[in-house]
Design a protein around this ligand. Structure first.
Ligand code: FES
Length: 112
């Protein structure tokens, strides 16, 4: 669906997306890297479990919320991919606060 304007193999960065190893280019945001890998559903809505994906790519719409390195409600379009980063879709609403355990955030990529 999405294609890089200038594809290059320089500075590849490997990261984990729900158990799959994907490769991004250094400097890619998580959203750009996933769209480049044909991943378009980043989260599901809390009420109807409908898929949502990035829309604005500039931190405004919040449709790119994901669980990144165990942290829910992270805007994938605002975070740069780092080697070994763990990324997972966010399912519904995440719990925010001290009880931010995997049991309360099923989309965090932990064992399910
Ligand atoms: S794509 Fe809109 S906030 Fe990330």
């Amino acid at each position: 669906m999405f294609k890089r304007l200038k594809p290059t193999n320089e500075n590849p960065v490997e990261f984990d997306f729900e158990g799959r190893t994907l490769t991004a280019q250094a400097g890619d945001t998580v959203a750009a890297a996933l769209l480049g890998a044909d991943v378009t559903a980043f989260r599901s809505t809390p009420v109807n479990d409908r898929p949502r994906g990035p829309f604005c790519m500039m931190g405004v719409c919040f449709d790119c919320l994901m669980v990144i390195d165990g942290m829910p409600n992270t805007q994938a379009c605002q975070v740069t991919v780092t080697p070994g980063m763990k990324v997972a879709r966010q399912k519904g609403a995440a719990v925010i606060g001290p009880d931010n355990s995997p049991d309360n955030n099923p989309g965090d990529g932990a064992a399910s």
